[in-house]
Each structure stands twice: as C-alpha cells, then as structure tokens.
Design a binder for this molecule. Structure first.
Ligand code: NAD
Ligand code: GLY
Length: 363
C-alpha cells in the first residue's frame, strides 16, 4: 500500500492507495474512527462495493443513503436526503460521513459533512479514476445550481482517503478515459517529467495495468497534495488545478449536466487552453500540438461541441469562481509543466478557440 500525506497542520490526512483496501478491515478502521457512520453512495456503486464496505464496518452503528446516480443529482435535494438520514439516525457531532463512489457522491457527501451540525468527520472512498486522482483530495465540496456548477459548497477536508485500485476494474471505459484528463492536467501545470511519462506509458494506463495505475494515481495525488498543502483555500496556486475547467464547466453547463462527462469537458478545455496559450504567444504551436495529440490518444474530445455557440459558452464562462470585476480569468500554459492565471488575452482569440476547428493539428 502506498501512503501519500496531505500536509495541513492539524487537519493533515493520509491517502491510502492500493489493491484490496475496501475489504481490509484494518485499513478501514484506520480511516473511519467513529462509532456512528453514515455511508453515502449511489445506486450504481452500492451493489458493486456497498456490501464489502458494510462488512468492514460491521461493528459500527451504520446507516446508508443511496442517491440516484449521476451529475444531475448533485443538488440541494440530495443534500437534503443526507441531512434527513443523519437526523433520523440521531447522529451527533462525533459521527463520520463516508463517501463511496465517484466525484458526484464525494462532492455532495462532503458538503453534507461540512454542514451537518456545522461540520462532522468525513472519509472519502473514491471509486472512479477521476475521484482517486482529484476530487477526493483537497476538501472542495459542492452541489450544482441550475445557474452554475459547484456554486454552492464549502471547503471541508476529509480525515482520510482510501483509493482501492480494484474498484477501477468495473469502471466503464468512457468514465476511465474521463479521469485521464485530470491526470494529464498535473503534468501540464507542474510536473513535466510526469507528462513525459504519460506520453510513454499511456497504452499501459489505458490497459489498466496496475503498476502504471499506481504510479499515475500516486503522482497525481502527490501533486495535488503539494498544491493543496500550499494553498488550501485557493488564494493563489490552487487555481492552477483548474486548467481546462473554465472551458469545461461552460461545456457541461451549455450541454446540460451529464451529457458531456466532467473529464471529457476538461479534456476539450485543456486543448482550448493550449490553443489560446499559443495565440497569446506563451507556448509554441509544436507544444500545443503535442498536448492535443496526448489528449486525443486517450480518446477524450479535443474540440468544443459544435452545438453551442461561442456566445453561449462565453456566457457560461462568465459564472466562474476565478472571475474578478467581470473579467474571465483563465489558467493558461507557459510551458509543459508551468501554468499561470491570466486575463490579458485577446477576447477575439478566446472567441476563436470556442469554435470547433480552430488551429487544426499540423500534419
Ligand atoms: P461520477 O461520480 O458521476 O462517476 C461516474 C460514473 O461512474 C457514475 O455513473 C458512477 O455511478 C459510476 N461509478 C463510480 N465508480 C464506479 C465503479 N468503480 N465501477 C462502475 N461504475 C462506477 O463522476 P466522476 O467523474 O467520478 O466525478 C465528476 C464530478 O467530480 C463532477 O461533479 C465534478 O465537478 C467533480 N469534481 C470535483 C472535484 C473536487 O475537487 N471536489 C475535482 C474534480 C471533479
Ligand atoms: N479540482 C480543483 C481543486 O481541487 O482545486
């Protein structure tokens, strides 16, 4: 088992990465310390992994909430269901909310843990690649509002994260590929060596080779832990984790939540950020093409959808937590392994990259 530490003084916590962890009662007991436990999962993950975890938690006062599956249920209604379950169970402040599932379950359950009695313990057991490399780590919790994604939420760190690689075997290929967008992101914003490794090892990753997965998840978590440890509340460096996300959130919003997967939208968003960076003159066209080729090789989209006008995407991008004084601030690339938050781009260049077919790859 690999252990990566998120260093946040008294709120520091471990990320356990390995195989067989869900059925390892010792690992579960190290992570979940309360007697009162609310397990939050969804109707897709529950039949796959709920019983295994429930066995490992058999000595607790265990209650369970099974949410309907999907981004469309990352809502205040789901939060309300969890609150009701906590109150009906008469759980007190010593309880732990355990999220078993992907980023949607983790974000909603984490927000519930942040709100219930002004904050209770929270443990993340991510079962998608995206959640294992990104959403389960760092304490961002949220639900969506019809007017904007993740607009209602809180920072609430988990007390432990358990990433069991075995759960990735049942993940549908489209969901697995979506997670690779966030993996590539770390290479681009701060880890050139990791980007090079991804270029050389993508085939193994796509085949879900355990050694390759362990390395990719470990490097991703180490990068995320370093960023979160330095800037927990996103006053600076943490915003760089949003490479491709302002574009991506706009695509998700404009297409209707759940139609494009989050990771798919981020994949296209990374390519749009690379194109805009080249138009701004900070990365060469050859670097831009190298990035787009890696994204394309994973099977992720590299272009925005043709069904949304640049105006509708711009409108959605104007509702973003990074924006200041009406300016859309974007994470753009200075090199592979280096990014910055900028608003000094030409608005016409931004408009251009919001349409499919801008800057086709050189032959
Ligand atoms: P998801 O939670 O919707 O999971 C994807 C699908 O896979 C779902 O249908 C789910 O039920 C299913 N699933 C989960 N685990 C499975 C398994 N092991 N086997 C088979 N099916 C499984 O989506 P996601 O990609 O994990 O997460 C996306 C969400 O995460 C978005 O809402 C996004 O905004 C959020 N997010 C949050 C952060 C953060 O820092 N909090 C970071 C990135 C993304
Ligand atoms: N996924 C972006 C962040 O955690 O800050």
């Amino acid at each position: 088992m690999i252990r990566v530490e998120v260093d946040l003084a008294e709120r520091s916590y471990p990320i356990f990465i390995g195989t067989g962890l869900l059925r390892d009662a010792t690992v579960i007991a190290r992570a979940v310390k309360s007697k009162q436990v609310l397990l939050v999962t969804n109707d897709r993950v529950d039949p796959l992994y709920g019983p295994t975890l429930e066995t490992a938690l058999a000595d607790r006062r265990l209650h369970k909430v099974v949410l309907p599956d999907g981004e469309a249920h990352k809502t205040l209604d789901s939060l309300y269901l969890i609150m009701t379950a906590l109150l009906e169970a008469r759980f007190d402040r010593s309880c732990t909310v355990v999220a078993l599932g992907g980023g949607v379950v983790g974000d909603v359950a984490g927000f519930a843990a942040a709100c219930y009695q002004r904050g209770v313990n929270f443990v993340q057991i991510p079962t998608t690649l995206l959640a294992q490399v990104d959403s389960a780590v760092g304490g961002k919790t949220a639900v969506n509002h019809p007017l904007g994604k993740n607009m209602i939420g809180a920072f609430h760190q988990p007390s432990a994260v358990i990433a069991d690689l075995d759960t990735l075997h049942t993940l549908p290929p489209r969901e697995f590929t979506a997670g690779l967008a966030e993996v590539i992101k770390y290479g681009l914003i701060r880890d050139r060596e990791f980007f090079d490794w991804l270029e050389s090892n993508l085939d193994k990753l796509l085949a879900r080779d355990i050694a390759a997965l362990s390395h990719a998840i470990r490097r991703s978590c180490e990068n995320k832990a370093a960023v979160v440890g330095a800037d927990e509340h996103e006053s600076g460096e943490r915003a760089l984790l949003n490479l491709g996300h302002t574009f991506g959130h706009a695509i998700e919003h404009a297409q209707g939540y759940g139609n494009w997967l989050h990771g798919e939208a981020v994949g296209a968003g990374i390519c749009m950020a690379a194109r805009l960076s080249t138009r701004l003159g900070t990365i060469a066209p050859t670097t831009r093409d190298r990035i787009i080729r890696l994204v394309a090789k994973t099977g992720l989209p590299t272009e925005p959808p043709s069904t949304n006008s640049p105006e509708s995407l711009l409108d959605a991008m104007s509702v973003d937590k990074k924006n200041r004084d009406g300016r859309i601030r974007l994470v753009l690339l200075d090199a592979i392994g280096h990014a910055s938050l900028r608003d000094d781009y030409d608005p016409e260049a931004l408009r251009a990259v919001l349409s499919p077919g801008a800057d086709p790859l050189a032959a």
